[in-house]
Design a protein around this ligand. Sequence first.
Ligand code: ZN
Length: 292
Amino acid sequence: MRDELVKALVCEERVRVIVNSTTNLCEEARRRHGMWPTASAALGRVLSIGSIMGSMQKSENEKVTIQINGGGPIGTIMVDCFPNGDVRGFVSDPEQFYTYNDTGKLAVGYAVGREGTLKVIKDLGLKDDFAGTVRLQTGEIGDDFAYYFTVSEQVPSAVSLGVLVDTDNSVIAAGGMLIQMLPNATEEDIVKMEAVLANIKPMSELIHEGKTPEQIILETFDDAKILSTQDIKFRCHCSKEGLKGAVLATLSKDEIKEMIEEDHGCEITCDWCNTHYEFSEDELKELYNENR
Ligand code: ZN
């Protein structure tokens, strides 16, 4: 099934719903970063909500960056979200595999930790970027984003995120749902949405059953008006040129000389997508001779 994102309005257009299926993009992140199951679930959940947040930006120049640091063994989680719903991301330590003893579920809250913050930076292409920071609630990601939207953006929201990992560590189903009360939402709408949330199956289960985001919306809400559908994917826009500037600029001339003479080249890796770029001895010499 293709990854896609569907936007809709429900409750006579007083409530916004966005649902995405993100199995392929979560699996691509898993494969690129060599992630173990709990890391796949943690990053996959952030990529899923990140794709939704990116799609909510108004102009093509806007980018959203999510940074989570809860003090747990996974370290920092970073996700970049683009207006077309595409995302990229990584975690500090991808080799995380913990489960909760009582439920056997992947222990995302433990790996992420809950002593820290969730930060959202919106690069609006203006001088003043928007940044909102909230304390983590559970480290399970869904709860933390619901809290972020409600407190920092002051839009009462519910978030459901799920990533299902197979015994061979591959991601076999993943997706997300965001429900937001628009300013004219009524008390009745809130009660109705609470009832929906109390009865809805986990997102990963719905996606695993083969349901598309549109089917999930139509089966969950009785008066859904579908607004748009778009394809989404894991996307990094790094390039050898870009990394050359960013990373080699931090090296001293002596360090470059050392790499030329001792290693006869070097390899630079993009943190976001784990692509390796080789620089030959000649290319390093060129850099060495550039105006430094
Ligand atoms: Zn990259």
